[in-house]
Unconditional design. Structure first.
Lengths: 197, 197
């Protein structure tokens, strides 16, 4: 046994945690989201670029604008989850580098001067942060329902008028409701995933 | 306080965990990697696609083949870390869907029949899994040193002759050595990242 996490924490974050498809009406507060963010913000990104941006959808009007871009199968749960978060990559993250990477402020132009380089880096690193965020939601005792079934271009335009953001995932957040889970799907075995050279 | 993790676990996984740049000589065993994998494999991916593939570099010859594709600044630590893992997206992950998604085996062809769709999905979901893997390394009491500075096309060809894999990150793994850390870089504030509609 090499893991330092106790079994309850392993279960909370990974083994018993499940993607929820229904939720109770218990609200998710801004304070909860801030605690989640203030924990997972420390996880690493390349050049400390932190490209993830989060839009919390709280108003009825915002919910309506969101749901119409979701795939049909995702509309009911996106309509009813206590909180929905839009997770996007900021393709202009490099503007912050002089502040967040004080040891190498020139990275803003030397490494990330070209938009295609930024887009590729933001997509990878914001996706890492989506993974951290999902773990953080679970660490707060909440269930996450991450979804990628949506009209990405529609969502980008709807919520990021600047044209500089790419939505990667939309995540329902709340306490799991009735029949929240599908049966657990099989995971690949170690030997199917890991090889050694 | 809404987080269910105790402070020591928050520190272990996020707050005190740091990207290591030097390592002790203490080996990292296959058993440790298997425990990490068998924990983080439960974290979610879209359609349970699990596109991450891992190559552990253990032989001197494998290390030499790896290091020559790394950026110069990453060569010394990649040469000396106790274990280096190459993390890649398998762009043919859909072949496993009939097994790992028994409720919707047709997804293999209906959703993922076209290579560009698979590549985009594998890149996002394998990146989520890179994030989970880094958290798992930390859960095992080890330090991760994730790197994206390498010749990606060179690594793809060197370690995946089938042409079906895209390397996303290379991660040094071990116990932190002397002067392992750079100073902690600033994180973006909540209000810089999270907005509400």
């Amino acid at each position: 046994m090499t893991l330092l996490l106790d079994t309850a924490t392993q279960d909370l974050l990974f083994r018993e945690a499940r993607t929820a498809n229904t939720f109770t009406e218990e609200p998710v507060t801004d304070e909860q989201v801030q605690e989640i963010y203030d924990l997972v913000k420390y996880a690493p990104t390349a050049f400390n670029q932190q490209p993830l941006r989060v839009v919390l959808v709280r108003s009825a009007e915002g919910r309506e604008r969101l749901v119409r871009h979701m795939a049909d199968g995702n509309k009911p749960k996106t309509s009813t989850a206590p909180l929905v978060a839009i997770l996007a990559a900021d393709n202009e993250f490099h503007e912050e580098l002089p502040t967040v990477l004080p040891s190498f402020p020139q990275a803003k132009d030397v490494i990330f001067g070209e938009r295609p380089v930024r887009e590729q880096s933001a997509a990878l690193n914001a996706a890492l942060q989506v993974g951290y965020f999902i773990i953080g939601v679970r660490a707060a005792g909440l269930a996450a329902g991450p979804m990628t079934g949506f009209d990405a271009e529609g969502l980008n335009k709807e919520f990021f008028a600047d044209g500089e953001h790419s939505v990667l995932a939309v995540v329902n957040i709340g306490k799991p409701g009735e029949n929240a889970w599908y049966p657990r799907n099989p995971r690949l075995e170690y030997d199917q995933v890991v090889t050694t050279v």
